[in-house]
Structure formats: structure tokens, C-alpha cells
Write a protein that binds this ligand. Sequence first.
Ligand code: GTP
Ligand code: MG
Length: 313
Amino acid sequence: MTKLVVMIPAYNEEKTIASVIREIPRKIEGISKVEILVINDGSTDKTVEVARKAGADRIVSNRKNMGLGFSFKKGLNEALNMDADVVVNIDADGQYNAKEIAKLVRPIIDGRADIVLGWRDIDKLDHMPLQKKIGNKIATFFTRLMSGLPIKDAQTGFRALSSDAVMKLNLFGRYTYVQETLIQAKHKGLVIEQVPVEFRKREGKSRLIANIFKYARMAGLTMIRSMRDYDPLKVFLPISFVFFLLSALVAIPVLQHYFATGLFTGYTGRGLLSAMFFITGVIVFTFGLLADMLRTQRDLQEEIIYMMRKKSK
Ligand SMILES: Nc1nc2c(ncn2[C@@H]2O[C@H](COP(=O)(O)OP(=O)(O)OP(=O)(O)O)[C@@H](O)[C@H]2O)c(=O)[nH]1
Ligand SMILES: [Mg+2]
């Protein structure tokens, strides 16, 4: 028996959520049961009533708006509680074609992948505004850089995860989950497959990206935090190296003067500055080593959480 839970995070989507729910196929080859889970993030419209009428099997709500990342994490936990073997996330705005879920879950059912991304061919989307296209490309570029994975569209909200992958992820970003899941997936050795999907024009305005600068700030911060937590040496060592380099550059004339005259006279300011850069470098380097030790601890803790989740399944 293979159970699929399709989860839909929704924030004020009364106009579109019913059609998304109705479009979800209830019979998929290789899946014995399909259930629909809606995570209502403090909607102030009729999202919940509409979703229930349209046939959602389970609806969980946040009392107030907590953010998409927060709701995604809640949804994954809830899907595990519902005994899911495969979880699909789809947006409530109707931009993805829910009929394509069958295609999305295939690599997981066949045992080829842990996570499947439905990627959108952004260049060919005439209805997507240019600034959004550029933002999407930039965010995908950084996710590729940080994860080292050949991701085509890191921002896609249409994805499938095996329950094992869900049990391995420990997400922290409250605002968005899209890039963080991929950076973690890489560190946990999860196999990602990408399948091309349709992407329609959005009806109604964006709930998530009211302001592209806010999005860049929040998503960027979550990405940097993931890097810091999973690859601290890659973050801290280059920074400490910059300080060591500055220290050396400032010190060169001081040493030249000293070797020529045997004196430091007139160069004490520079000498002090060089020493300050050097000490800062040492501090940052030490932080890097400490952060690396913490990472080992985190790895152990995550392994314990994974085993606990696995046991209670
Ligand atoms: N839980 C939760 N969901 C949200 C929030 N903001 C948006 N969403 C949902 O997340 C999904 C994606 O949000 P969208 O506003 O469509 O964001 P987007 O697809 O990146 O941007 P658009 O291209 O403008 O649609 C939709 O299902 C929204 O209802 C939020 O604050 N909390
Ligand atoms: Mg959308």
C-alpha cells in the first residue's frame, strides 16, 4: 500500500483553491490512496470553507499568518502523521496543473529519486513579468552555488518527496522553504530528479512576493543560514583568509622599513592595524572551527530525529 498526501499551503486563496483540489487525480498508477491536506495559514477569507466543500480530506490551520516556510514544515509533519509514503506540494493559486502529479511522483514510486522538482521553463513563459524572471534566475543561481546541484528552477512550489526524504529534512526558514530544502537535500545525499511542468498565469495577486526586495532578503538569509549550519568551514575560512591577507598587506611596508633601518619608528599605526586584522582573522577562524564542531552535533541530533520519526511510522 502506497499512500500519497497532496498538501496545499494556502493564504487567502478562496478564488482558486477549489479548482486545484478538484483537479488533483484521485487515482494514480502505483498509488493506492490519495488524500488532500490543506494548510491554511491564517486566511481571513473563505479558503477553509471552500476547500472543505471541494473535497479536502484534512485541513490544518495556523491561528494567524505564520509564513509559507512555517506552513510547509507543518504540512510535512502532518503528512507523516497521515501515514504518507509520498508527499506532493502544490500551490493553491492554480498555477501548476495538478493533473501532472502522476508524472511528478513516478521517479519516487520507481525508486529512482527522493525528491522530484517540477521545473518551469522560465524563458518561455510570456506571462511571467521580467523582474520576476530575473529574480528567479538569481535565486536559482545562488541555490546551485550553495547546493552544488544542477537545479533548473529552485523556486518551484510543485514538488514530490518520499516519506524518507521528509523524515530527513529539518527546516527552519519561516518565510520560504524552496531553497533551504535543496541545500539540505544535498547534504543528506538525497537524489533529486527534475521533470518539466506546465505553469499558468496567476489569477489574483501574489501572496508571497509583494515586494521583491523583501523576498531577496528573507530567502537570502535562509540560504546563508543553511550554508553556515551545514558547511561552516566554507563560510568562515574564506572570511578569515581575507583578514589574514589584509593583515599581511598592511604589514609589508612596516617590515620593509624595519629591515632597512632596524626601527619601527613612524610605523606603529600600521603595525597596530595589521595586528588587528590578524587577530580578527584568528577569531573568525576559531569561530569556523567551533561552528564545524556544532555541525557534527547537529548531524548527530538530526540522525536521532530521523530514527525517531522512522520508528513511529
Ligand atoms: N502558508 C502560507 N502560504 C502562503 C503564504 N503566502 C503565500 N502562500 C501560498 O504559497 C503558494 C505560493 O504563493 P504565491 O503567492 O503564489 O507565490 P509565487 O507562486 O512564488 O508567486 P506568484 O508568481 O506571484 O504566484 C500559494 O499556494 C499561496 O497561497 C503565507 O504567508 N503562508
Ligand atoms: Mg504562484
